[in-house]
Design a protein around this ligand. Sequence first.
Ligand code: NAD
Length: 479
Amino acid sequence: MAEVAGVTVDTAHWIGGERVGSAAAFTDVSPIDEQPIAEIARGGAAEAEAAVTAATRAFPAWARTSREERARLLHAIADGVDKRVEELAQVETADNGALIRSHRRGVMPRVAHNFRFFADWLLQLGHDDFETRGHRNHVSWDPAGVCALITPWNAPLMLATWKVAPALAAGNTVVLKPAEWSPLTASLLADIAAEAGLPDGALNVVQGFGAEAGAALVAHPGVRRISFTGSVPTARTIAAAAAPNLTPLSLELGGKSPLLVFADADLDLAVDLAVEQYDNAGQVCLAATRLLVEASVAGEFTERFLARAERLVQGDPRDLSTDIGPQIHRRHFERVDGLVRRATKDGARALLGGGPNTDLGGLYYRPTLFTGAPAGSEILSEEVFGPVLTLQTFDTEEQAVAMANDTRFGLAATLATGDPERAARVTERLVAGTVWVNCFFVRDLRAPFGGSRQSGVGREGGDWSFDFYCDVKNTVMAP
Ligand code: NAD
């Protein structure tokens, strides 16, 4: 047990409806001040095995539970989340350093919405029936089995429930392995699900490191689906581990997304969109970190951007006036700093920031904007996952599209333009799972979500989630 921000959090695993400890533990450190906040059970192969066994046992009964009853239970979980928004917000902020104001207002209500949305979507999921020479084809969405859900630290509970909710709605049982840098709210979710009456073993939480608990889970032959959100290198390891069992994978990975600003754009809006990319201290997969600005307005854009960005308040994420909190972990901070240092060495010039926030110390990294990075340099091609943006200019639409697509990623793209015809032309040519025109981060759970190229495999959201989490079956009946 740990007391975090006044909330009691069970630091054991949650397996088959019971709290289960491990002989080993690891220390969870708060990014706010780098102080330890909890000792967490460190799971490995044995805990992964126990969780898959519990989930396998619970599967037949949960899979047979009516859609209405599954939806009712998911709504009860959502109600439980709503009741504990403040506790979840406090604990998540202590654990991953994201702003308390975003957790309260946006993230935790969205966690509840994840459950409600997939509960309601389940109830209206279609059954396609059609005839072939008098024979009736009946398409059904059968649950797949045990799902291993592996999640990152940048939006821990939001990303976990984006998987847990549809997987459970579809009639599967799940084993969730949260990121080791932000393990706490997954444990609170287990409490909430149990209080809501979810049957034992339907949701299991195994804590631990990726190379231990995570690796054991994704290699387990009893797992029928793996849904992973995280980095490209980990995705490769997971895909290799899944290959012998041919376990179907959904991979939601990193990005190096562009924000294209055309001369005909509303420049105030474009600046707002650009500054928004520092949200969550830049630790957002969808962040449009490459600012591509038409040369004729680049001077004006830069001036206005710097004026806005210099006003951003960096500090303790529990403070309501803070706009930018810390980086998640010392190791991540060092990685971000390494990329910034090498960018400078490569010839890029920081117009803003360019290093740690030495006034605050700790894990606070200054919002940074680079210009003049040489073509092909690391800072233009590698995901930083920190508050670091680059600025490049273009002269023609053709060039803008080529620069936007000049990446091995394809998660998202954003464009600012006042010309709807240009918006249509450019959008059609961008390689990205999501394109935003004159807006950013507007998400509807009915829409497909995922990445092209190395940003991912597959799509989730609405029917796409059920498509992944179900064994879709066609039954042909003779007349
Ligand atoms: P990561 O790949 O290091 O870790 C993600 C999860 O995988 C963690 O739970 C970790 O313990 C686990 N893991 C690590 N090795 C494993 C293994 N061998 N087997 C099984 N599990 C293993 O990623 P991260 O640093 O936590 O997250 C940052 C990355 O996530 C960034 O690249 C970011 O872009 C990406 N991300 C993508 C999305 C999206 O929706 N596309 C959303 C958020 C974050």
